[in-house]
Design a protein around this ligand. Structure first.
Ligand code: 3PY
Ligand code: ZN
Length: 632
């Protein structure tokens, strides 16, 4: 313990110590009580049994509580996959190799975008890690597993009480042959605002070091200049830099004057010149119609030397047609979600895309039996997340009106509901979203610029304001903070600039910035931040913890406290995490390789006069009683 205290001490870590360090630092000898992981987990389970998990309180319950099952494949060998190819060739030659193949490759987005878009980003590490060995053995020729980044990073800590870095470590270990892919919001990292350059660089280093092979980098305004810091950082790590072009507007319309083919090609060439190994078309709202997908893919393949990866959402219900059109036009990789986690605001169904291409020259060669097994598994997993399902039941062409990203759609609908804007009134929000976009100059809408538009739309609908009201220089409006910051230039510069009159009204005389927001931010002293975080949380701060604290100081501090009290949640099955351990059910919890706890809950007493309930467990056959305050 002394050694651990020593090497974790902020002063020791920052090399800020002298030979008298040990004499002058009494806290090195403060040995914490031996941490007992089993007791921590029992305390958590006892609390859920007595008080429920606040994350699912008042929400829909699963119709069935079954344990998701997959055949046990752990003993069988892991065949080589594309990660081995990547290691053999390095990112540049790997990109070229991908481009040279006849077949099309497929990325599975289930563990990131699909649950972000269908289940409010709530999927837990436990469910992913159970599936990963199966992917490794049964679908080894997938292009990648998109499993990290975007909104999953903060949601893991904020709501699931788990460490996103631990998720990545575990997936890396469980699927060593398939590239792991993340979504990186360039200078916004996995947050909602620009960070100082050295924070972005540090985050990218940690992500690559912990297991990311492919970084999809995008800027929420498609502003290439704001992508270079992140792209350079990715290139430095040796990972694949997949630079994304966010698709907006309608390439097939003669009225499209802004987001034209020339616009996309210029952006693509800038990204190629800047060293991208691959390009992604990021159709975050799912508005790239089949003809647009075909035109854009063909042009990008013609005008650049890079492989192209197509990403879309099925909000319209017609996205499979766009994927197949992209394949016909020569796209190299497509995104899809495993069948039972596909469709609606998520990606189109992986199994159906694969089936449609069977026997085609571009057949991705994935095993349909393996796809079904995984789909049945995810179906059972999805049942456990009934609390987070939205009530979107069909594809709808309304997406071409509002163009909301799939990852935002259900979230915004939920936010509207919490403001009392429900049912039919949702369409007012959709219309307001479209109006705000026009009023803001027709911008690219993707996290975080989409949040700016969403915040404004909600504030207009709830205050009963029209576009004319907002634009009226004489009418005083209180603008959401995100809107003020956007017009100040804090997210960067939109293509075509800001509407000047509205900008003046919103900024009330303040001068906006017109260059890269990162230029205005001093580098963060990383080791000082580590010391500060260690002091605030009273615990050691690992390199990955530091990255979390740099992006989300408050969220991380709260998570660190929870972790200290209850331990690592990623080992607990989802049903028990949300709904507790029913009497007589036995679960086995592997807290580390080869160390398994067998837990059973015998009974729960009523609260005594001090308000404490007793939860009687059997832990590896031994009785254990945990006292928990009954909050009811
Ligand atoms: C994210 O940034 O989280 C997205 O999914 C954008 O599409
Ligand atoms: Zn997406």
């Amino acid at each position: 313990v002394f050694l651990a205290n020593l090497v974790n001490h902020p002063k020791f870590r920052s090399n800020d110590y002298t030979t008298r360090f040990i004499d002058e630092t009494p806290e090195l000898f403060a040995f914490p009580k031996r941490k007992d992981r089993a007791t921590k987990l029992l305390r958590f389970l006892a609390d859920v049994n007595v008080n429920g998990n606040p994350e699912v309180k008042g929400r829909a319950e699963p119709a069935r509580h079954v344990d998701p099952q997959l055949p046990d494949v752990a003993g069988s060998p892991v065949p080589p996959g594309l990660r081995d190819k990547l290691k053999e060739l390095g990112p540049t030659a790997f990109g070229q190799w991908v481009r040279d193949q006849k077949q099309v490759f497929v990325t599975d987005t289930t563990m990131r975008d699909a649950h972000q878009s269908l289940l409010a980003t709530r999927m837990r590490t436990y469910d992913m890690v159970q599936a990963a060995p199966h992917y490794a053995r049964r679908l080894p020729n997938l292009f990648s597993l998109e499993c990290w980044g975007g909104a999953t990073f903060d949601v893991a800590m904020r709501f699931l009480k788990e460490d996103p870095w631990r998720r990545l470590e575990l997936l890396r270990e469980a699927a060593p042959n398939i590239p792991l892919q993340m979504l990186l919001r360039a200078s916004n990292a996995v947050g909602y605002t620009n960070y100082p350059d050295n924070v972005v660089q540090y985050f990218v280093e940690r992500a690559a070091d912990t297991g990311i092979d492919i970084f999809r980098v995008f800027d929420s305004l498609n502003w290439a200049e704001n992508m270079y810091v992140a792209m350079d950082a990715v290139q430095k790590t040796g990972a694949v830099c997949e630079a994304a072009i966010c698709y907006s507007g309608d390439l097939t319309s003669e009225h499209e004057k802004k987001f034209t083919l020339d616009y996309y090609l210029k952006l693509a060439k800038d990204l190629e010149t800047h060293g991208a190994h691959m390009l992604a078309i990021k159709d975050m709202a799912g508005v790239a119609k089949p003809r647009a997908a075909k035109l854009l893919v063909a042009a990008l393949k013609e005008e650049t030397k890079l492989p192209v990866h197509f990403h879309t959402h099925d909000t319209s219900g017609a996205s499979s047609a766009s994927v197949l059109a992209a394949v016909d036009a020569g796209v190299d990789v497509v995104d899809a979600a495993l069948d039972s986690m596909s469709g609606l605001t998520a990606q189109p169904p992986l199994g159906s895309i694969v089936a449609a291409l069977q026997g085609d020259v571009r057949d991705p060669g994935l095993d349909d039996g393996a796809i079904r097994e995984l789909s049945f598994y995810w179906e059972a997993v999805r049942d456990l997340y009934a609390a987070f399902e939205s009530d979107v039941r069909s594809g709808a062409s309304e997406v071409y009106l509002h163009a909301m990203p799939g990852g935002q759609f259900t979230n915004l609908r939920e936010q509207a509901r919490s403001l009392g804007i429900e049912g039919e009134r949702w369409h007012e929000v959709a219309q307001a979203y479209a109006d705000v976009n026009e009023m803001f100059g027709n911008i690219v809408k993707v996290t975080p610029s989409s949040k700016v538009v969403g915040d404004m739309a909600l504030s207009m609908v709830s205050a009963g304001l029209t576009r004319a009201d907002v634009e009226n220089p004489k009418k005083d409006i209180s603008f959401p903070e995100s809107v003020v910051s956007f017009f100040h230039g804090d997210l960067g510069q939109p293509h075509g600039g800001f509407p000047k009159a509205l900008q003046q009204k919103i900024l009330k005389g303040a001068t906006p910035i017109t260059d890269r927001p990162g230029k205005h931010m001093a580098p963060v002293d990383l080791e000082a931040k580590r010391t500060e975080t260690a002091e605030a949380t009273g615990a050691g701060v690992s390199d990955n913890d530091l990255a979390s604290a740099l992006l989300y100081p408050k969220v991380f501090a709260e998570f660190a406290k929870f972790r200290g009290d209850y331990g690592d949640m990623s080992v607990l099955p989802t049903d028990e995490f949300f709904y507790g351990l029913p009497p007589e059910k036995e679960i086995s919890v592997e807290i580390e390789h080869g160390k398994t706890l067998i837990i059973q809950c015998q009974s729960v007493s009523d609260a005594d006069e001090e308000g404490l309930a007793r939860v009687f467990f059997s832990l590896n056959g031994q009785p254990r009683t945990i006292k928990i305050r009954d909050a009811a």
